[in-house]
Write a protein that binds this ligand. Structure first.
Ligand SMILES: Cc1cc2nc3c(=O)[nH]c(=O)nc-3n(C[C@H](O)[C@H](O)[C@H](O)COP(=O)(O)OP(=O)(O)OC[C@H]3O[C@@H](n4cnc5c(N)ncnc54)[C@H](O)[C@@H]3O)c2cc1C
Length: 386
């Protein structure tokens, strides 16, 4: 039923959640005051700080929902939501642990072997172990089922050959979870024969070549596998079941606060610049941006609740990511129109700095994690339009 797939149940915050939010805000305020970080847009994608990640780990803010035996806090998804939305909206540097905490850890918890969970999850929860995503290849992005990197069975493990591309942070990560072909491509069953591997990025036969983004940062990489050996115990879940496993990550990957709040620091600094008595047009624009933020937040929170209840709201998540990432770009454009500034990443003026971060990073928002055209296609199919 279409209506069911676009359900965004209301979420209420109780005293425990409000106390957690205050604790996170106090921490962020103190860190800001002591020079612990300077706000940036796209902080969850580009703000790489192992020190920050370790501080979050020490406070119990990573792996929050995982069982205690794996270093987790056994908290509801809503608690993780509060921590992440406070971090992203403050522009705090969360990139080092982001993929591991959001996606790789939960995947290992769900499909990983006991030894994988025991050895890795506590390190992620401590903010000391980082992950890269190895899905895209030079000729496989939106059409992920066409991946050509192969793993061939050998004694005691697998030999991997091929190339992954756009792997964010691979050069600074400990592991990659790669989607790899383990049996020949079958055009009648395109999603069969794929397997997820947990790959130690320091292993021989792996070369990680940097690719600079338009901000001049080495954000992503081409990762080349040349007869790289991966032991049997590094297969995640069942060999051949990779497609089902990889698609189960998508609702989590696409619906969080990072899909509409990446440029929120621009709005914060804009409001600060406009001061307590903005002009009428300024107030209208800021009000409209704030209202849209709240609508997106309501949708995103609704999905978080559904995930907590064990549902897999992929279509609703696709809608949030499409609307949210378009909004991130519009926010930057509106701010620029309203209050032009000399945008520069090294600008001493914070508004100019976050504006520069925003301008340089929003083009990637609508591509990473699935392009908006493809997401619109998913939503259109659900509505019976295609
Ligand atoms: C900042 C950033 C970080 C990234 N990090 C990672 C990462 O860590 N790991 C990883 O594996 N990948 C990563 N990616 C890659 C990303 O997932 C892919 O770029 C994305 O899935 C699109 O694939 P593609 O680049 O091959 O483009 P293509 O799939 O070739 O698409 C090209 C164009 O065609 C359109 N198109 C394609 N198919 C359809 C269709 N069916 N209907 C309508 N339009 C369509 C697309 O929307 C796009 O405009 C990252 C990308 C960016 C920008």
């Amino acid at each position: 039923m279409t209506g069911d797939r676009f359900r965004f149940p209301k979420v209420e915050f109780g005293p425990e959640e409000r106390a957690l939010r205050e604790e996170v805000r106090d921490f962020i305020r103190e860190e800001r005051a002591s020079g612990g970080f300077t706000p940036m847009a796209d902080s969850w994608g580009s703000g790489w700080s192992p020190e920050w990640s370790r501080k979050m780990g020490a406070r119990g803010w990573l792996g929050m929902m995982w069982p205690k035996q794996y270093g987790g806090g056994e908290k509801p998804a809503l608690h993780r939501y509060i921590v992440t939305e406070e971090m992203v909206s403050a522009g705090a540097p969360c990139a080092a642990h982001w993929v591991a905490d959001r996606q790789s850890g939960p995947l290992l918890l769900r499909y990983g072997a006991e030894e994988q969970r025991r050895s890795i999850l506590p390190r992620i929860a401590a903010g000391e172990c980082y992950f890269a995503i190895g899905m895209s290849e030079p000729d496989s992005g939106s059409d992920l089922a066409s991946v050509r990197t192969t793993a061939t069975k050998v004694d005691g493990g697998w030999t991997i050959n091929g190339r992954k591309i756009w792997s964010s942070g691979a050069h600074r990560s400990h592991y990659m979870i790669a989607l790899v072909r383990t049996s020949p491509r079958d055009m009648k069953a395109r999603h069969a024969g794929l397997t997820q591997f947990l790959i130690d990025l320091k292993a021989p036969g792996i070369e990680i070549r940097g690719i600079r983004n338009i901000a001049g940062e080495r954000h992503f990489n081409e990762t080349v596998f040349d007869d790289a050996f991966v032991p049997d115990d590094m297969v995640i879940g069942e060999a051949g079941d990779g497609w089902r496993q990889v698609t189960s990550e998508l609702a989590i990957e696409r619906s969080g606060p990072e899909r509409f709040l990446s440029t929120f620091p621009v709005l914060t600094e804009l409001v600060r610049e406009l001061g307590p008595e903005p002009g009428e047009r300024d107030a209208e624009t800021v009000g409209a941006l704030a209202a849209r933020t709240m609508a997106l937040r309501r949708m995103s929170l609704g999905i978080s609740r559904l995930l907590d209840e064990g549902e897999a709201p992929e279509v609703a998540a696709a809608l949030v990511k499409d609307l949210g990432t378009c909004f991130e770009g519009e926010l930057v454009r509106e701010a620029r129109n309203l209050l032009p500034a000399t945008a520069a990443s090294q600008s001493p003026d914070l508004y100019g700095k976050v504006l520069a971060d925003g301008v340089l990073h929003v083009p990637s928002s609508t591509i990473r994690g699935g392009t908006n055209e493809v997401l619109k296609g998913i939503v259109a199919r659900e509505l019976g339009l295609r």
